[in-house]
Design a protein around this ligand. Structure first.
Ligand SMILES: C[S@@+](CC[C@H](N)C(=O)[O-])C[C@H]1O[C@@H](n2cnc3c(N)ncnc32)[C@H](O)[C@@H]1O
Length: 220
């Protein structure tokens, strides 16, 4: 795995206590309400990203601090790896991995507005040959992933989160790794216990600002 340190800077940081226009149901298939366009700007390893976002998608006004922690702490995949971005939102993880690690990324989400934005952003950055944005049920059945990266949807509730992870983690190739970020106070430690009970090798890899970056290995 590539081990270059990645510096993440949120160009317009918002404190965790600031009101963020993020409806409780950002993870529904068709967000209600008009789409209010926004831009999220951040810097990764000195490269500036300016991505289109919108109301009705997760963390539409800034790079989510959990996502920033994941991108800063987890080691980027070796070039050319096949990666799933599970719950891609407007695409910050997918685009970072495709652009900075030359990964081939499949980006999935349930939210149709998020999928549209992620497609648009991949297009704007000239990454459509490396980033495929799909609804979950469109991912080819025989595709296996070297890595899965995810800032997973915690607000769906514990059981739905477990169902989601139970569905996708077996799609890792044997020996493959998933990198997840979960806020400590939102179950970052209990998800590790549960993953180990499911037969994965899971553990805290790093912490940043109250977030746990969790490494999950599918046994070979
Ligand atoms: C915490 S957000 C992360 C979004 C984006 N990756 C980011 O870092 O800004 C979780 C995402 O998972 C999506 N999601 C919720 N349920 C899902 C499911 N069953 N399958 C795929 N994505 C889902 C939500 O719509 C949301 O975009």
């Amino acid at each position: 795995m590539a081990s270059l340190p990645v510096r993440v800077a949120m160009l317009h940081p918002v404190s965790d206590n600031d009101p963020v226009d993020e409806p409780d149901h950002y993870f529904t298939a068709e967000p209600s309400g008009d789409s209010k366009p926004r831009t999220v700007e951040f810097e990764l390893s000195g490269r500036r990203f300016e991505l289109k976002s919108s109301s009705g998608v997760f963390s539409s006004s800034r790079l989510d601090p959990g996502t920033a922690a994941l991108l800063a702490k987890a080691p980027f995949p070796d070039p050319g790896r096949t990666v799933l971005d599970l719950g891609c939102g407007y695409g910050p993880i997918a685009l970072a991995l495709a652009e900075l690690a030359s990964a081939t990324v499949y980006a999935v989400d349930v939210n149709s507005r998020a999928l549209e934005l992620a497609r648009h952003n991949a297009d704007m950055r000239g990454l459509t040959d490396r980033v495929t944005v799909l609804a979950s049920d469109e991912v080819p059945d025989d595709l296996q992933f070297d890595e899965i990266w995810s800032n997973p949807p915690i607000r769906v509730g514990k059981q739905s989160l477990h169902n989601l992870l139970s569905h996708w983690l077996p799609r890792l190739r044997p020996g493959g790794t998933a990198w997840l970020v979960v806020a400590r106070h939102k179950g970052g430690d209990s998800v590790i216990t549960w993953l180990n009970e499911q037969g994965y090798e899971a553990g805290k890899y790093a912490s940043k600002k109250g977030y746990r970056v969790v490494r999950v290995v599918r046994p070979a």
